[in-house]
Design a protein around this ligand. Structure first.
Ligand code: AMP
Length: 206
């Protein structure tokens, strides 16, 4: 199954993508994680992407679309994949449609004000990328050090949420016309959202 996760930053896409990866055994592809990984390995791509990321801007489409196209053509994606953070605008959505057909779009429904509150408090593990509860100093999953991401600072968060509302949200209409969007209530706890997700998948697969 080829799945796209759509939703405002802080809605829990990344966390639920990891659950989906375990449930369906298809790779979780996060463009944000790819860019952060490239930066931590000191690659040219990483250095370039970091400049956009720190400001809360999108990395240019030419770079991002090429990267995703290569990734989803890899052998481990032959039975499907979970795209998290891509597409982010209509241009990317259309580029993706030219490469492959998506089966399901899960739209994580969350009030952007709640998303903002979640993000200003969020800390992230530098080792495994796990978003952690505020106040912890090491990741409860892998013990790695946690940081407050540069793009989780108030100005960058505001910009990222604005970009979501202006550029990413129109994708929900684009995919709605194809009849493949399912809405997921993600306003509750991680556990509650996981329950909602399992129900949604069960209904979709019936
Ligand atoms: P995320 O972890 O998904 O919030 O992504 C972090 C940052 O990576 C974003 O704010 C962008 O700068 C960049 N990024 C991730 N995915 C994309 C994408 N599909 N298009 C452009 N930039 C992206």
């Amino acid at each position: 199954m080829k799945i796209v996760l759509l939703g405002v930053q802080g809605c829990g896409k990344g966390t639920q993508a990891k659950n989906l990866n375990e449930m369906l055994n298809i790779p979780h592809i996060s463009t944000g994680d790819i860019f952060r990984g490239a930066f931590s390995r000191n690659t040219e791509l990483g250095t370039l992407a970091k400049q956009y990321m720190d400001r809360g801007d999108l990395v240019p489409d030419e770079i991002t679309c090429g990267l995703v196209s290569e990734r989803i053509n890899e052998e481990d994606c032959k039975n499907g994949f979970i795209l998290d953070g891509f597409p982010r605008n209509l241009n990317q959505g259309k580029a993706l449609s030219n490469i492959t057909n998506i089966d399901l779009v899960i739209y994580f429904n969350l009030d952007p004000k709640i998303a903002y509150e979640r993000l200003v408090q969020r800390v992230t593990c530098t080792k495994c990328g796990n978003p952690c509860m505020p106040g912890v100093t090491e990741c409860p999953k892998c013990g790695g050090p946690v940081v407050h991401r540069d793009d989780d600072k108030p100005e960058a968060i505001k910009k990222r949420i604005d970009i979501f509302l202006k550029d990413t949200l129109p994708l929900a209409d684009y995919y709605n016309e194809l009849g493949i969007v399912r809405k997921l209530d993600s306003s509750g706890s991680v556990e509650q959202t996981t329950k909602n997700l399992k129900k949604l998948l069960g209904e979709f697969c019936d």
